[in-house]
Design a protein around this ligand. Sequence first.
Ligand code: ADP
Ligand code: MG
Ligand code: ZN
Length: 508
Amino acid sequence: MVGHWFHWLSNFATTWLPLAFFGILILTAWLLFKTVGMMPRVRPSAIASRSRSQVTWSDVAGVEEVRAELMEVVDFLRDPKRFQRLGAKVPKGLLLYGPPGTGKTLLAKAVAHESGANFYSASASSFVEMFAGLGAARIRKLFAEARKHAPAIVFIDELDAVGAQRSGHGFNREQDQTLNQLLVELDGFEGAEQVVVMGASNRIQDLDPALLRPGRFDRQMLVPPPDLNGREAILGVHTRSKPLGPDVDLNQVARQTSGLTGAELANICNEAAIFAGRRSDAYVTQRDFDNAIERVVAGLQQKKVLTEKERRILAFHEGGHALMAHLMGSAMELQKVTIVSRGEALGYAFYLPEEDRYLHTKEELIDRMVVALAGRAAEEVVFGRVTNGAANDLEKVTDIARSMVFEWGMSESVSSRTLRADNYALSEETKRLRDSEQALLTDTAYTEALRLLKKHRVPLDRLAAALLERETLMRDEVVAMLAGVEAESRASESVGVPRAVAAGQPGA
Ligand code: ADP
Ligand code: MG
Ligand code: ZN
């Protein structure tokens, strides 16, 4: 009896006790590690939420260019010394801008997660309704906390709410104080601080210019709505955890949702799953997606999804610009051309900024007008009628022609005088002449655009077909497609003119 008890005790002491001891030790160590590791991150703050973001790069799709740029920021935050050793300055103020729902907030969270930095976020709209001085105090505390816990990211979402341009009337002192405090904080950084400030805004054009100056939000990145490939990738992200039927074709879904943003695509995936759930089905089918698209698109206030016919017109319009930019030689460098809408503009052709050129020959200016009018001209050549989609182009052309005649003495019949609108000495007759000269310039440019597009109809069709297929073409792709198509510019021979002027020779 005693022996049995003793046996049990010794068994306990030699086998179970050490085991339990080690178990408790490991548990304690794990708890300790976990608390220490997490504490600075999850402790809630009264000023703004500090958190550890769960969003990773794999949750963001369709915005490769922005993502690549933001990866630099992540690299910096992970290992700042590597860059500081080389004398590199901290990328400090980053502004993500673009239409709502394109993933700006999502990107900021991904940066926070991937960099392992402390993430302080606040929505500027929450500052606006505050009592006097409170908004400013919050900003001050937010930055003080972030500095204390560097490396850190301060993210200010919906920047428009404090950063909107000060309107002359209805002057809002509270908002101004908050904005001023934000400017003070942005200026108060020294290069060595490992704090990156990110902002997001839907309307960069409404932001106070003071926010965008060098040293503040001086790195601005457009987060555009996704193109076809991007939409397919985003649909992939949002169907990752949903069982899809064998008939589901996400590429097909992407084709049907031109113009929609990531948020709207996420919504479609969710709606599709709800349709399937209602049927108590185990899979989401293509039918569910079709129904979801219909529902989501119908729910949008403004019409953003183009019909097939509209897409075709847009493809030829933008293709016309791209082809003409090529035909006009080096007058402008095309960066990309797309039929994905951005804000109000439907498609757009995007040109690199001109480098250091202040002098332009008359021929170059005419070339520019021809390029700007090529969108409308393509519509006329291909469809026999024009749309209202060229308003911006026409404005640009009108400006150029007006300056040529009014200010630069570049019309046929008046070549050495300015004919400015504020010159009251101009006779009625001269004014009429001036206006007809302006019209002559734009009409000639339009005729030239029509002629060249008819002549190069084959490459125009090729570009339009590629745009319909892929929606966005980068410069290299355009160049490759137009290999063998000779430039037609008259300006190409007079590129050397600025030098000739500098040397005192008469202009060409
Ligand atoms: P924004 O801040 O630009 O208005 P959000 O980042 O708030 O847009 O996007 C809202 C939601 O839409 C995201 O949480 C995500 O589910 C989805 N979403 C938006 N853009 C993307 C994207 N590029 N990739 C994946 N999901 C996206
Ligand atoms: Mg947002
Ligand atoms: Zn255009």
